[in-house]
Design a protein around this ligand. Sequence first.
Ligand code: PMP
Length: 408
Amino acid sequence: MAIVTPQAIRQDFPLLMQRPDLVYLNSAATSQKPEVVIETISRYYRELNASIHRGAYTLSVQASEAYEQARHTLARFIGADEREVIFVRNTTEALNLVAYAWGLRNLRPGDEILLTEMEHHANLVPWHLICERTGARIKAIPLGPDGRLELEALHTLLTQRVKLVSVMHVSNVLGTVNPVAEIAQAAKAVGALVVVDGAQSAPHMPIDVRALGADFYAFSGHKMLGPTGVGVLWGRYEALETLAPFLGGGSMIREVYVERSTYAAPPQRFEAGTPAVAEAIGLAAAAEYLMNLGMDRVWQHELELAAYALKRLDEELPEVRTFGPRGPGRGGVIPFVLGDIHAHDVATALDQYGIAVRAGHHCAQPLHRKLGVPATVRASFYVYTTLEDIDRFIEALKKVRDFFKDWL
Ligand code: PMP
C-alpha cells in the first residue's frame, strides 16, 4: 500500500501553495480546501444555480439531481443508504437535531443520558438544554490517566435508566480513538439509542456506519476538505422514521393546512427550507477526493505523523508535556503545554515562525478540568501535512522554549 505523499497532495491546495512559509497545524479545527472543491462550488454558481426540488424547468431539475447525487456520494463515503443521509449545517446542528427531535419526545424525569468526560461542547450543551426541558439527567464515562475511557465503569453506568448514549469517536483534543462499537453493543444491551460524534473521525479514517453499531453519526464538511455550512447527520432509517421534525417549513412537509401539517419521510423531513446546495455538492467533491486517496492511507499517514511528532517532542523537548494516549491507534492531534506558560502565549510565539496552532480549551472545558490545565496548545495534522512541517514546528518550539527559559 503506497502511503499518502503530502508533497504531491499540497499541489492541490491553492492556499498552501500561495503561502509556502505557513505551517498549518490546525486541521482539527478546519481543513484547507483543494482546488477541486473550490472549482466545484464555483462551477455550480456559474453553470447550474437554481432552486432545487421545485422548478419544473430543466436547470432546476439538473441542480436537484446534482444535490441528490451529492447525497449519494456522502452515503458511499460512510457505507450508508442514501435515504439515511441528512444534510445539516455541521456536527453541532446534527447533534442538536437528534437532541431535540428524539430527546424532547422520548425523555422523562429520572431517565439518564450517558456521555463521556472528553466530549466536545457540541455533544454536551444540546443534552443540557434537553435535560432542562425533560428532567432527564446526565452521567459520563470517566477518562483514565492514560487518556482513554475507563470502560470498566460501563457495567455500573449502563442501567435500565439510560435511554441514550452519545460519545465522540475520536477526541479533538487527545486524539484518542474510542471503541465505539464496543460501547454501542453494551448500550444496545440496555435498549439505549446510540449517537456518535464523528467530527474527528469521518475526515481521517475509513467509516462504515453499520459496523459502528450506532443509530446516528454526525460530521462536518469543513473538517474534511469541504466547505463550511454543510455537514451530515446519518441515521439508521428505522431510527430516523421515529423522529419528530426538528425545524419546520418548506420542503419537509406532505400536506399543510392553516391549522396543521403532516410531514415528509426522511431524509426530507429534516431538511426544511432551501438547503446549502453548492456546499453539499462541494462536500461531495471533497469526499470523492478523499476516497481517491483511500481513507485507510489517510489514517495511516496521520498515525505516522503523530508517532514522529511525539517521539521528537519526548526526546528533544523535556519542558513540553503532551497529553493523550500512547501506543498504537492515536489520531493526528497533539495537545501540549510548555511549563506554566499560558497556551495562548506559546501559540502567539509559534505564529512568529509561521506555525499555525490552536490554543485554548478547544470546546472541551470538562476535559481540561480533568487534565488539570486551563488550556493546551494543539497541533493537528491532515493529508497535506509533511514531516518537514513537523520538523519546522519542533524547531520553532525550541526557539519559543529558549525565549521563555527564565519562566520554565
Ligand atoms: N465535535 C468534535 C469532536 C469537534 O472537534 C467539533 C469541532 N471542533 C465539533 C463537534 C463541532 O463541529 P462544528 O463546529 O463543525 O459543528
